[in-house]
Design a binder for this molecule. Sequence first.
Ligand SMILES: *[C@@H]1O[C@H](CO)[C@@H](O)[C@H](O)[C@H]1NC(C)=O
Ligand SMILES: *[C@@H]1O[C@H](CO)[C@@H](O)[C@H](O)[C@H]1NC(C)=O
Length: 256
Amino acid sequence: MVKITFQSVSAQKPEKDQDADKITIPQAHGRLVPPMKPRKPFPTGLCCLAISLVIFTLGLVLPSIYIYRYYFMSQQIPEDSLFHCRVIYEDSVYAPLRGRQELEENVSIYLEENYEQISIPVPHFGGSDPADIVHDFQRGLTAYYDIALDKCYITELNTTAVMPPRSLWELLVNVKRGTYLPQTYIVQEEMVVTGRLRNMRQLGPFIHRLCFGKETYRLRRRNQRQRIERRETKKCHRIRHFENTFVVETIICDRF
Ligand SMILES: *[C@@H]1O[C@H](CO)[C@@H](O)[C@H](O)[C@H]1NC(C)=O
Ligand SMILES: *[C@@H]1O[C@H](CO)[C@@H](O)[C@H](O)[C@H]1NC(C)=O
């Protein structure tokens, strides 16, 4: 019992002493223990945190890029690539009756999709029809939608006469500050209807959209000799437009 009390006293005393010392000892333990405890979860916890941060960041960044690309950019590009153009040209076709003529049109350039859309308003002087034109460089096709006739005409894209989207864009950006393109001249091209087109899907999405629900015909370029022989006997419509440094009058004629 004595031993016990002694032990208890001695045990209590050192305990009290230890308690007093425990201020430092638990601190020492506390210093030891906290590094010990996180050491095990540290790598997994940090990894989980890092992975979840990466996923979270990607989850934020990727949709932002997507939204930027498809909503902001797609709205910005057409604005940047929409041009209201005017040109003065010497009208050699009806000269000297008319002399200098003015032509205006809206040009939309879609660089990524590789096509151009041109809108020609009702002209100040008659003779030319208002029209919407699509030059699809991916398909190699041109579509004229004659608004006056409500008919669509498809022909092969003439890459000599029509500037590719990037070049036309550069040309129009450079003259955007001034109101007019440099004064120019007019060339004629004559087309003849060769038949009705019914399968619109083969024409690609842009021409399909332009011509959907309209009577659509295929065109062939008519050579000079035929032009002289048959000019008097056929019904023709004219569309004046430009997608280059010169104006083109496309004459579209029925077969008979
Ligand atoms: C051309 O664009 C202007 C302004 O964006 C618009 O007011 C006009 O109606 C357009 N003309 C044609 C023929 O699309
Ligand atoms: C393309 O257009 C140019 C200029 O108008 C013309 O000289 C040429 O004959 C045309 N080529 C074709 C294949 O229609």
